[in-house]
Design a protein around this ligand. Structure first.
Ligand code: CMP
Length: 143
């Protein structure tokens, strides 16, 4: 069973989109195995976005993600990484299709409502940055 890390960013929390986003993943049949509303530290943010360290927008990215509460989640299901990326839509909302989360709710690349892991390796790393093993369910409740 594949797992992924999803994060409703401060813009999504402020706009009260948590319920809508959780609902989409539940309706798709995925299983929520951990969740928390938190204010993330600069250290966590810098580690989370390490691959973007050299980008000109890195500072802005870290400032934004630490600017308010975020809703961090771990979900599981068959092919969840690929499917959740399709559900989120393209990173730049200008390219995100209507019907996707970003296509329905976002209009700027910096404030694109949600982050999701892009590979099994990123998922493992991102989950470990935000959750202790004991904060996650180990068995499925959907069976
Ligand atoms: P995310 O999936 O969280 O991963 C990296 C983030 O960088 C991405 O979503 C965007 O929100 C953000 N990003 C990408 N390009 C830019 C940019 N040009 N300016 C500001 N933020 C950006």
């Amino acid at each position: 069973m594949e797992q992924t890390f999803l994060l409703v960013k401060p813009d999504g929390v402020k706009r009260q989109l948590i319920g809508n986003i959780v609902n989409r993943f539940e309706q798709r049949g995925f299983e929520l195995i951990g969740a928390k509303l938190i204010r993330i530290t600069r250290e966590q943010a810098e580690y989370h976005y390490e691959e973007h360290k050299a980008k000109p927008f890195f500072g802005e990215l870290v400032d934004f993600i630490t600017s308010g509460p975020v809703f961090a989640m771990v979900w599981q299901g068959e092919n969840i990484i690929q499917i959740s990326r399709a559900m989120m839509g393209k990173t730049n909302p200008a390219d995100a299709a209507p019907g996707t989360i970003r296509g329905d709710f976002a209009s700027e690349v910096a404030k694109n409502v949600i982050h999701g892991s892009d590979s099994p390796e990123s998922a493992l790393r991102e989950i470990a940055n935000f959750f202790k093993p004991e904060e996650l369910l180990t068995s499925t409740y959907l069976d």
